[in-house]
Design a protein around this ligand. Structure first.
Ligand SMILES: O=C(O)CCC(=O)C(=O)O
Ligand SMILES: [Fe+2]
Length: 239
């Protein structure tokens, strides 16, 4: 759990550097972390949850008229590409614009997906959302305050580990363009659960490759990962 309390004013001081370092360390170990003291007003979060619940309460034929993306029958699109990139560069010791220059406003650069999982009499037999990793770069997830369900696959022993809800926090996870982190959502016997995931993607033409600054000199001729563009990767995923 990482607090942004001391870094919210934007001063690049020791507190900021420590938070960036902690976010990178958590991403390397788990691919997931929780952000608290993030500065988003409580009322805004509550409003968002209420609006999502109102949306799910609409009759199915009305919901089906909502702004779904072509080829991806999930979620509703929104653009706000200026959120959450610099901690990765600052935590990795890369130039501050190393990632942000690759996130330009594009129609489908970001997407928000709202999920509501109804209560389920047989939670051991059903999954809310099956095992997957998020294709883009970063996911900011708002999850229900009380009802847990998100689980991450721990790479060392392949065990599913629950990410306990914490009031007024966001769960951040990295996506396939940084590293794939396998997760899923289970369902609850007594209560339904709401979550909203905001996915941040690079521009389509951006080449995704290991930053040369981070490749040890000894292996500089043998890149472990082949460069690809986000556009090609997305096309492959949707084909
Ligand atoms: O509902 C959750 O907690 C997980 C949602 C998720 O992983 C997704 O929408 O990609
Ligand atoms: Fe996901």
């Amino acid at each position: 759990m990482i607090s942004l309390c001391k870094v919210i004013e934007g001063n690049k001081d020791d507190n900021y550097r420590k938070a960036c370092h902690n976010m990178v360390a958590a991403s390397e170990k788990w691919g997931f972390f929780k952000l608290i003291d993030h500065g988003v007003k409580f009322e805004i979060i509550e409003n968002m949850k209420n609006m999502c619940n109102d949306l799910f309460d609409l009759p199915m034929e009305k919901k089906m008229k909502g702004g779904r993306l072509n080829g991806l029958p999930l979620g509703y699109s929104a653009t706000n590409p200026d959120y959450g990139k610099n901690w990765t560069t600052d935590g990795l010791g890369l130039p501050s614009d190393f990632f942000s220059k690759n996130f330009k406003e594009e129609k489908e650069a970001t997407m928000i997906r709202v999920n509501r999982y109804p209560k389920c009499p047989l939670p051991k037999k059903c999954l809310g959302l099956g095992s997957h990793s998020d294709p883009p770069t970063l996911t900011i997830l708002l999850q229900d305050d009380e009802v847990g369900g998100l689980q991450v696959l721990r790479p060392i022993d392949d065990q599913w580990v629950g990410i306990r809800p914490v009031s007024n926090s966001f769960v951040i996870n990295i996506g396939d363009t940084l590293e794939s982190v396998v997760h899923r959502a289970v369902v609850n016997k007594e209560k339904s659960r709401l979550s909203a995931a905001y996915f941040l993607s690079p521009s389509s033409k951006v080449t995704i490759e290991s930053p040369p600054q981070l490749i040890p000199p000894i292996s500089s001729n043998a890149k472990m990962y082949k460069p690809f563009t986000w556009g090609d990767f997305r096309k492959e995923l949707l084909s």
